[in-house]
Design a binder for this molecule. Sequence first.
Ligand SMILES: Nc1ncnc2c1ncn2[C@@H]1O[C@H](COP(=O)(O)OP(=O)(O)OP(=O)(O)O)[C@@H](O)[C@H]1O
Ligand SMILES: [Mg+2]
Length: 330
Amino acid sequence: MLEAVNIHKCFIRNENTGIFRRRKQTKVNAVNGIDISIQPGQIIGLLGVNGAGKTTTIKMLAGLIKPTAGSISIDGINGVEHPNEIKKIINMISGGERNIYWRLTAKENLEYFGALYNLKKEEINAYAVKALDLVGLSDVKDIPVEQYSKGMKQRLQIARGLINNPKYIFLDEPTLGLDVSIARDMRKYILSLVKNENKGILLTSHYIAEVEELCDYVYILENGKIIASGLPSQIARMIQKGIKVVISVLHLPDDTLVRLQEFAAPHNADLNLDRNDSEVIITLQAQADLSIPLVSLLIGDNLQILQMAVSEPSLEDALIHLAMEASHLE
Ligand SMILES: Nc1ncnc2c1ncn2[C@@H]1O[C@H](COP(=O)(O)OP(=O)(O)OP(=O)(O)O)[C@@H](O)[C@H]1O
Ligand SMILES: [Mg+2]
């Protein structure tokens, strides 16, 4: 099990200010006392707006940067004191195209990174055959990476990140910039690593649907602090206001609108209207499911209902709500 307790990271930021470009140093508390745990066989999501502290957290867990304070234990090893020990059982894969050598071929990249883990040549070769087949790069394994597409480079990142057969894998936006079908394959593969090989995964992503689909548990970071954690559906419910009912009608007479407003107020519900040429879309959001009384009200006024949908808030709604709250506080 991986357990991080009360970890902090304070960076010193250098700024050039004024016409003489004097250097000024300021402290940035990128991570401000967080607890995270990951069990093998689990995918944990780390969500938050830009700058919330996700990458900094992952880098600390991966032993790439040292926490300013706090403890990290991975299968009983003290990760802060022994970063080289934990590197044998963890690996980090980040989205984008860094961490691989463009001049080298896919196979040469794996040979290079395998050597860093002191793997034997035969072990690396056996791994390369298996991994390159898995990520669909066998046919291009001898072509320099600079001639690869973004998706191909990204898939090579995956092969590189698994070369030491890590027990815990940190995925920092693994599907960034990938097209829909490759991203879908990647998600399938991530799931299979957890289900079939019992890996423990920490995932950050800006694609909320991806987090909802993959994660067993989610932490929400804001300004370096965890402000909520739970199942994806719980988080959404916790942060965003309850259940959304969307009903479209042909037209909405003024007296029905007044009745709607009178109905919404005591429930503390948000009422929104969107009118276009062919319909009026009524959206009502409240802690309780107001679909049945809303339909009764409209039918009572002889309105014809064209469409209706009732939905629980998504994690995406929750994050947008969070980001808006954060900007109000600034
Ligand atoms: N090396 C560094 N030196 C100084 N400040 C840093 C450094 N790395 C990160 N920061 C700051 O720490 C904060 C958290 O950054 P971090 O990269 O962890 O955020 P993030 O949640 O991964 O954001 P994104 O969604 O944009 O990837 C930001 O304010 C950032 O400017
Ligand atoms: Mg980041």
